[in-house]
Ligand binder design. Structure first.
Ligand code: NIG
Ligand code: FE
Length: 408
């Protein structure tokens, strides 16, 4: 039985376990001069250091703040090629959606990704995921979606499976049905429902735990998204939706109706979508990196929380709309751009982000939760949401072990 008592915690700060909505997102527990006992990767005790039980090993953290490990519930970390020319064109005024409509943007990343083998995809994605892990992400979702052809989508998911063995954090793969082919979209959607989803679901272990659809004018429309998500559910997979990024065309309402784990983006959401999310258990995931990088309106996270919704934050790490490699920076941007308080942002990036992936065993510092936690450089946890451009995290602990690169 491996047992370590972590001491020297100036401040231990955590939301309560499980998803938190509305005003409860601001309610954190803060303990001064705390200690944390980890047994076999799980929190066995926490409280004031003076009252701590004896343990086999002790680890003095030296008087810093400790918060739960962060979850990044939305990334597209596997891609080949780059979008640097797009970036230059965009800052000179060409809109993102127009590039996509002209066959560039996401479609150019699809051409590059479809041409790469699994080994190459793993080589490219590994340092990106390592950067997220070092920023404090102990659980990371990774989507496919740049394959288009079914074999290329499967290759992306196989790359995630290999990456799971190369990174000491939890990686959760999602099958993303991103944009339709330029011709034969009806047959494509049928193939997704009748071939791709069944194949992904029946592989053991399943190649993905969830299916996501980009529901947008330039991508899939409501009825296509409904068919895909219904097929996913029929095969035992959870569902998620990219919705309301540019236009609110019904993706959020569909996601809530189907009991989706989360609906992500929401930059164009208005009162009807806020109402639907507040009345559902679907997590509203905001992606402030997209607001910053594409200059889109910020998703209405303040109104969502005030209406009682459960809000999470993701990086949306991808080459086109959010080249953001840090979860604390996403959290810090959500405070500036989406109007979250630092306490709400911590809850959004921990228990709520875990709930957006269907996980309840992490995101809080409480007995029985996974011992994924972060020691900050600072003695005040608010530096997590305050710092811009430097990593506020000194040490990442996964299951009570300091994060170490796997060499292979
Ligand atoms: O979440 N909106 C659609 N998909 C991604 C962007 C992908 C890309 O631009 O390569 C997103 O923003
Ligand atoms: Fe995305």
């Amino acid at each position: 039985m491996a047992e370590t008592l972590f001491t020297g915690i100036a401040q231990l700060v955590t939301p309560a376990p499980g998803p938190q909505r509305g005003a409860a997102m601001r309610q954190l527990t803060a303990l001064k001069d705390a200690a944390l006992l980890v047994r076999d990767g799980v929190i066995a005790w926490m409280g004031h250091e003076k009252e701590a039980p004896r343990a086999e090993h002790t680890h003095d953290l030296g008087g810093v703040a400790v918060v739960p490990g962060l979850t990044d519930p939305h990334t597209h970390a596997v891609w080949a090629g780059d979008r640097l020319a797009d970036f230059e064109a965009r800052v000179e005024g060409v809109p993102y959606e127009e590039m996509l409509a002209r066959g560039g943007g996401i479609r150019s990343t699809m051409r590059a990704t479809a041409g790469a083998d699994v080994t190459e995809l793993v080589r490219l994605a590994r340092p990106r995921l390592w950067a997220l892990a070092q920023s404090g992400a102990t659980t990371i979702e990774v989507k496919s979606g740049y394959g288009l052809a079914f074999e290329a989508e499967v290759r992306m998911l196989e790359a995630v499976r290999t990456l799971q063995t190369l990174l000491p954090v939890t990686l959760l793969p999602t099958l993303l049905i991103h944009v339709p082919p330029t011709e034969g979209r009806e047959a494509y959607v049928r193939g997704v429902c009748e071939e791709l989803i069944p194949k992904v679901a029946r592989t053991r272990p399943p190649l993905a735990t969830a299916v996501d659809v980009f529901c947008e004018r330039e991508a899939f429309q409501g009825e296509e998204a409904r068919a895909i998500l219904t097929a996913a559910r029929a095969h035992g997979l959870r569902v998620k939706v990219h919705a309301d990024q540019f236009h609110a065309i019904g993706g959020t309402e569909l996601a809530c109706e189907l009991g989706a784990l989360s609906v992500d983006h929401l930059e164009a959401s208005g009162a009807p979508q806020i109402k639907a999310l507040a009345a559902s258990s679907t997590v509203a995931t905001v992606l402030p990196g997209v607001t910053l990088h594409l200059g889109l309106p910020a998703a209405p996270a303040r109104s969502l929380i005030d209406a009682g919704a459960c809000v999470a934050i993701g990086t949306d790490l991808n080459p086109g709309s959010s080249p953001l490699f840090s979860v604390p920076l996403a959290l810090a941007l959500a405070v500036r751009l989406n109007g979250l308080t630092p306490a709400e942002a911590l809850t959004a990036s921990t228990v709520n982000a875990a709930a957006a992936l269907g996980l309840r065993d992490r995101g809080a510092l409480a007995v029985g939760q996974r011992a994924d936690f972060l020691a900050l450089h600072s003695a005040d946890w608010r530096d997590l949401a305050y710092t811009l451009g430097a990593n506020p995290i000194r040490t990442v602990f996964v299951g009570g072990q300091a994060l170490k690169e796997i060499h292979s």
